[in-house]
Write a protein that binds this ligand. Structure first.
Ligand SMILES: Cc1ncc(COP(=O)(O)O)c(C=O)c1O
Length: 409
């Protein structure tokens, strides 16, 4: 019999299973309190709104909702999204600047297809979003990691890397950033550094991917302007490609997002999307357009922010209460995650199975590092577990850490 698996092409051969998705299989064990997923809290999905919206759409626009739509998105959603951009981000954009996607993961795939030839260097934060690393790797990216600091990516190191790549005539194409409440670290890029990133983008002719699913979930502090907006205000490089998604502000099951970019890029993305899925769900686009209309989005996001802030506070409180000395963590002003650093030399990878025995789970930090470093780090999600689970789960995690520390003595 012929073994057809040996005929599998290079890209899927290069694609490894997502560590998170593999870990989730273990962490779903009954009794385990999991901080491993990245799921929004289903308590806060707008069930009634969706029920009413679908009824209304079927009565008024059933023929559009159940039909194929234009590849770049339904005009109803594009129009509402452009109003949203103006109102919330002060960004002036036209319909040709935006394309609707089947959420941000598809947008990342399109970015990979558009820019990466095998062995091209791709600059990423260290740590970075695993789903981005996975997709870029499948297109043959050669990662160049840039360290992350408390106020976002190190612009000094970014410049050093770009300058070196340029001197080597390397085909670097883009820098991938998650600038707001980064997944995994919860860190936000300061406005000062954003301006520097734009300057570097111009100097080194490199696109900046601004992947920002968590931006609207800010529960404290003042938001720096989006890179896209700052570019419009300053250098007008048009090098910024911004990715939006409805996954964290509305519901990930909708699978809807938007790319905002220069029309040349949008047009190329549209051609790529034709072969990916022809178009995103028409019904879901009409629901999302409804969601953006008449303040529904704002009222909903306010509720989500309040709930997530309480959970973030509970997690930070529990870490302060239970964790032994030498363990540190970020205190994000928004988003879904915080980042824990164990004492140097201690491995969160090795500790993972001990944690599962204590019935608590996290994602190992090394999975987010393009070079496998960051062994003493872990990502904790606070949006999904309940307040009681947060307290009990952190207590169990602290017990695991203390046992390891004692064993190492
Ligand atoms: C930084 C980042 N980008 C993209 C995604 C993909 O999200 P979606 O495809 O649901 O929009 C996620 C999901 O967690 C993410 O954290």
């Amino acid at each position: 019999m012929i073994d057809i698996t040996k005929n599998i092409a290079t890209a899927p051969r290069r694609t490894k299973a997502s560590v998170i998705r593999e870990l989730l299989k273990i962490t779903n064990k009954p009794g385990v309190i999991s901080f491993a997923g990245g799921l929004p809290d289903p308590e806060h999905f707008p069930y009634d709104f969706v029920t009413d919206s679908v009824k209304e759409i079927m009565a008024r626009k059933g023929r559009v909702a159940l039909q194929y739509g234009p590849t770049d998105g339904l005009p109803e959603l594009k129009e509402e999204f452009l109003k949203f951009l103006k109102k919330h981000e002060g960004i002036e954009a036209k319909p040709e600047n935006v394309i609707v996607t089947t959420a941000s993961q598809q947008a990342l795939d399109m970015v990979g297809r558009l820019f990466i030839d095998a062995s091209d260097p791709v600059l990423v934060e260290k740590p970075s979003y695993m789903g981005g690393l996975q997709v870029f790797k499948s297109y043959g990216a050669d990662f160049v990691g840039v360290k992350l600091e408390e106020d976002g990516v190190s612009v000094t190191e970014l410049e050093e890397r770009l300058s070196w790549l340029k001197s080597q005539d390397e085909h670097y194409k883009f820098v991938y950033l998650v600038p707001d409440f980064q997944n995994p670290s919860g860190v936000t890029l300061s406005e000062e550094k954003r301006l520097k990133v734009i300057e570097l983008s111009e100097k080194y002719d490199v696109a900046i991917i601004e992947d920002s699913p968590y931006r609207q979930i800010r529960f404290e502090g003042k938001a720096p302007k989006m890179l896209y907006k700052l570019d419009q205000e300053t250098r007008r490089t048009s090098n910024i490609i911004s990715l939006f998604t409805f996954s964290k502000t509305f519901a990930p099951g909708l699978r809807l997002g938007v790319i905002l970019a220069h029309p040349h890029i949008v047009r190329k993305m549209e051609i790529l999307k034709q072969s990916l899925d022809l178009c995103s769900s028409s019904l879901n686009q009409l629901i999302a357009a409804d969601f953006l209309r008449n303040g529904v989005f704002e009222a909903h996001v306010e509720k989500v922010k309040k709930a997530y802030k309480a959970k973030k506070d509970a997690m930070v409180g529990a870490l302060e209460k239970y964790m032994p000395e030498g363990v540190t963590w970020t205190k994000p002003e928004g988003g879904l995650f915080l980042w824990v650093r164990l004492p140097e030399g201690m491995s969160a990878d090795d500790m993972f199975h001990d944690a599962i025995k204590e019935n608590v789970a996290y994602v190992i930090g090394s999975a987010f590092h393009c070079d496998g470093s960051g062994k003493n780090t872990m990502r904790l999600n606070f949006s999904y577990p309940t307040l009681d689970e947060i307290d009990e789960g952190i207590k169990r995690l602290a017990t695991t850490v203390k046992k390891r520390l004692a064993a190492a003595k």
